[in-house]
Design a protein around this ligand. Structure first.
Ligand code: MG
Ligand code: MG
Length: 249
């Protein structure tokens, strides 16, 4: 069942989203060659705690950290580490969640570490734009499949691989709620969107194959061909004639 949130709940979700956005704003300054993914994690965790929120991911299903830091061929769920020092030319996706007064905000962005190749720049740009292609479809009365198809068709038009094993999701008092939001699909299929649904839409796009593999730590998910992967995500609320982004300042 897809919950409809009240305006009171949406206000709390918006505050959770704002805290996540503050983390991303800081990350735009902190991501650079020489910084470890653990340092980035710790900065975000501090910001979240300072705003009377808690990191949504820490302890979720046993995940050990506040932030998922997924470097290069890592698609999602990379575990921050002191040993992982970012270097010029890397791309890193930082997925950040904050829980404020029981409500979650969830947003991921991919960042360039110093100068990156034109190929990697394109992958990041197309992944970012595919999120907004999907968002353009969001309004009361649209089908969820319209959103999924817009994302997938845009990314595949560049020859990129659209990850199928992980999806976006509803958000609220739980980090992951109904519905699962695939990044590929058919227009006119799936649930019909209603005002007040809160959704985390999150394309995960690979430069090469769409196929992924989970490493022995049980979390780190990489592309099967070791090609690079990008990830962008916003938590949004469905409105009558469109959508409102909650994970923003
Ligand atoms: Mg996320
Ligand atoms: Mg998410």
């Amino acid at each position: 069942m897809i919950e409809i949130k009240s305006e009171r709940e949406i206000a709390l979700l918006k505050e959770a989203g704002r805290i996540v956005a503050l983390c991303h704003e800081e990350m735009t300054k902190q991501v650079r060659p020489g910084v470890s993914t653990q340092e980035l994690n710790d900065i975000c965790e501090k910001i979240i705690l300072e705003h009377n929120a808690t990191p949504s991911f820490k302890g979720y299903g046993g995940f050990p950290s506040a932030v998922c830091a997924s470097v290069n061929e890592v698609v999602v769920h990379g575990i921050p580490s002191k040993k992982q020092i970012l270097k010029e030319g890397d791309i890193v996706a930082l997925d950040i969640g904050a829980c404020y007064k029981g409500y979650h905000g969830d947003s991921a962005w991919s960042y360039a570490v110093g100068n990156i190749s034109p190929k990697d720049k394109l992958l990041m740009q197309v992944t970012h734009d595919s999120l907004f292609k999907g968002l353009e479809q969001v309004r009361e009365g649209a089908h969820l499949g319209d959103v999924s198809a817009a994302i997938g068709n845009y990314a595949t038009s560049y020859g990129f691989g659209v990850v199928e094993e992980f999806t976006g999701h509803g958000v609220g008092r739980n980090l992951h709620e109904d519905p699962a939001i695939f990044n590929f699909g058919e227009p006119g299929t799936g649930p019909i969107l209603k005002e007040g649904m809160v959704l985390a839409i999150e394309p995960m796009i690979n430069a090469g194959t769409k196929k992924v593999r989970i490493l022995s730590d049980g979390w780190t998910t990489i592309t099967k061909d070791k090609s690079k992967s990008a990830h962008f995500e916003h938590t949004i609320v469905v409105r009558k004639n469109g959508y409102e982004i909650l994970t923003t300042l």
